[in-house]
Design a protein around this ligand. Sequence first.
Ligand code: 5GP
Length: 191
Amino acid sequence: MEALKKRILAEGRPVGTDVIKVDSFLNHQIDAEFMYEIGEEFKKRFESKEITKILTIEASGIAIAVCTAKFFGYPPVVFAKKAAPNTMVEGFYSTGAQSFTKDAAAQIVIAKKFISKEDKILIIDDFLAYGEAAFALCNLAEQAKAQIVGVGAVIEKEFQGGGKRLRENGYFVKSLAIIEKIEDGKIVFKE
Ligand code: 5GP
């Protein structure tokens, strides 16, 4: 997605060789109009797919998933929570995931009532790095015996291998911008 690549180059800040900060439009301050462009682009990438729910993870995935839902006719958006709140008194699915940004292992949960075996799930997130978050979301959906029709990431950092692992495991993965490497403080996209 050319507009996204331009935006990353103009506003993205590499932190070392592993992390990119895009907090001016995606992760802290959100450019709502641009989120809808991202949602429309996801629709193009998953055009042929029938989707009954979009699954993401709090917090950064939520706005992206909601803006994407518009272009699929507003299927419900479910977001995994990073801890089971005490209001979640009914059953929930739970799995472990290593958090990239917090460098710690965490449990993520979704209430059982929001995903069922009839669901066709599109997983959406902001970044795809090592794939921990995406695999954890797949795991939750699979516990519910739902079908995963695709995994969409706004930004994939190819060099961290999560996209490759997901594809090797048979998931249909589409990323709107793929970064090959961060070198000498510069972001290099995959052609
Ligand atoms: P993974 O689980 O694939 O290793 O990492 C993906 C998750 O970590 C995403 O949910 C995202 O929030 C966070 N993340 C991974 N890499 C980056 C990055 O370079 N910048 C930011 N802001 N978040 C990242």
